[in-house]
Structures are given as structure tokens and as C-alpha cells.
Design a protein around this ligand. Structure first.
Ligand SMILES: N[C@@H](CCC(=O)N[C@@H](CS)C(=O)NCC(=O)O)C(=O)O
Length: 238
């Protein structure tokens, strides 16, 4: 049994990004194990046979394998961070959940079809983009009213959604450059420039049995070589 939590993660997965960001905000020391989809580690599959990331295994071996639940778990570990980022009332909690539900169940489908349009030839890529755009329109209006999704300050909802909107935008950056959504542009660039996002997007080696722990937050490491060296217990020029 480990005495720290372990997160199985994949760098470019937006669900895993939101989980990692919440963990960084919480300040809790969690080991991050980078995986690849074509060779998922046995301990991850034993903990969560559904085989999706992120998966968090707690020291008592209980498992949290939904990104939203990992975010809430992480933020609740730190009272001050919970007060800042978690909804303060049931009504706000419902709003947060509604945004995450619509993102994960509705927008994500159009994002995947837009991104991989050649796999869904029954409609054009432009059609899929337009479906996603109607969700973006609502995000744009909401941000126009209060700057953030749920309150007039950053909350777990913004953190949960922006990795998906980032992916949507990255499918065709020239389209986004012309798109009439100044609020989203501003909100997204703030999130992308935030230290917490930068902290969770560093390149790491794929985890292997026997590696020394690499934490989700490793402020003193930046390159993949540095992460590899730490995982192997080698001093790498620092
Ligand atoms: N509802 C899950 C969805 C997680 C999910 O679908 N993750 C994708 C990666 S972005 C995955 O692990 N897919 C497994 C695979 O492709 O084998 C959550 O919120 O954690």
C-alpha cells in the first residue's frame, strides 16, 4: 500500500488535464503515472477496469475514476482552495454540474466528430463545428454577463470546461481567429497562460514499474529529460 495517492494520466486528455489542475491547486502530493492508451498499466486496469484516464488510487486503495469526482476530491482537500473554487451553495453546485454535464455529454461528442470528421462521413466537418458552436455561443453569452461560467470569479466549472474548448479551437485555429467570440478568446487565453495549466502540460516519460514517484506538481522540473532522470533516480544537472 502506498502512503500517497496515485493518478494515472495522459498528457493530452482533457479529462486528465482538469484532474491534474485541481490536484495542483489543492497542493496535495499525488504521484502522476503517465500512460499510453495502447499499453495501459496493469495496476491501473486492476483499479479501474473501464480503462479510461484519469484514475486516482487513494492510499486506502479506494478508487476515483471520473475526472469530475477527482476534481472535487482534490479541491476539498484544501479548505482555502475549496472556498475559492468550489460552489458555495447548492444552487451554484447545480450550475457547475449542469455545465460539466453539457460539456461532457453534448459538446464533447461534437468536438470528437469535428476533430475526426473523416471518421464520421455522414456529415461534413463544418456541420460538426456548427453543432459545437451553438454550445460555444452559450458560453460566450455567459462569460459576457459575468466573466466566468458560474460566478464572477474563477471556479471549478471554468477549470473543467476550458481544456475541451481549447481542443475545439485547436482543430482550426484560423477559423477561431476569425470567430466572433471575444469573451471566450479572452477567458481561454487567461486559462492557457495560467501557471496551473502550464504546470500540468509538461512532457513526461511513460510510467514503468519501479520508477521513482513523479508528482503531479513538479515546479523544479521542466523538460522530459529532467522528469526521466528523476524517475530513474539520476542527478540531471540540477
Ligand atoms: N467520464 C470520464 C471520461 C474519461 C475519458 O474518456 N478519457 C479518455 C481519454 S481523453 C480515455 O481514457 N479513453 C480510453 C481509451 O481511449 O482507451 C471522466 O470524466 O474521467
Amino acid at each position: 500500500m502506498k502512503n500517497h495517492p496515485v493518478l494515472y494520466s495522459y498528457r493530452r486528455c482533457p479529462y486528465a488535464m482538469r484532474a491534474r489542475m485541481a490536484i495542483v491547486c489543492s497542493g496535495v502530493q499525488v504521484e502522476q503515472r503517465e500512460i499510453v492508451f495502447w499499453d495501459k498499466p496493469e495496476p491501473m486496469l486492476q483499479a479501474s477496469p473501464k480503462g479510461t484516464v484519469p484514475v486516482l488510487v487513494l492510499p486506502d486503495n479506494s478508487v476515483i475514476d471520473e475526472s469530475r469526482d477527482i476534481m472535487f476530491w482534490a479541491l476539498q482537500q484544501n479548505k482555502q482552495v475549496a472556498e475559492e473554487l468550489l460552489p458555495a451553495s447548492n444552487e451554484l453546485q447545480e450550475q457547475v454540474n449542469a455545465w460539466i454535464d453539457r460539456n461532457d455529454n453534448e459538446f464533447k461528442e461534437w468536438l470528437d466528430k469535428y476533430k475526426y470528421a473523416d471518421r464520421f462521413p455522414e456529415n461534413t466537418q463544418q456541420y460538426y463545428r456548427q453543432q459545437g458552436e451553438s454550445f460555444l455561443k452559450e458560453v460566450e453569452e455567459t462569460l459576457g454577463n459575468r466573466g466566468y461560467l458560474v460566478e464572477d470569479k474563477l471556479s471549478v466549472a471554468d477549470m473543467a470546461l476550458f481544456p475541451f474548448i481549447r481542443q475545439f479551437v485547436n482543430v482550426d485555429k484560423s477559423w477561431f481567429a476569425e470567430a466572433d467570440c471575444p469573451q471566450i478568446k479572452n477567458w481561454l487565453s487567461q486559462r492557457l497562460e495560467s501557471p496551473v495549466f502550464k504546470a500540468v502540460m509538461k512532457n513526461r516519460p511513460v510510467w514503468q514499474e519501479g520508477h521513482l514517484p513523479l508528482w503531479v506538481d513538479e515546479p523544479s522540473l521542466s523538460t522530459k529529460n529532467e522528469f526521466t532522470a528523476k524517475s530513474l533516480g539520476i542527478n540531471y544537472g540540477k
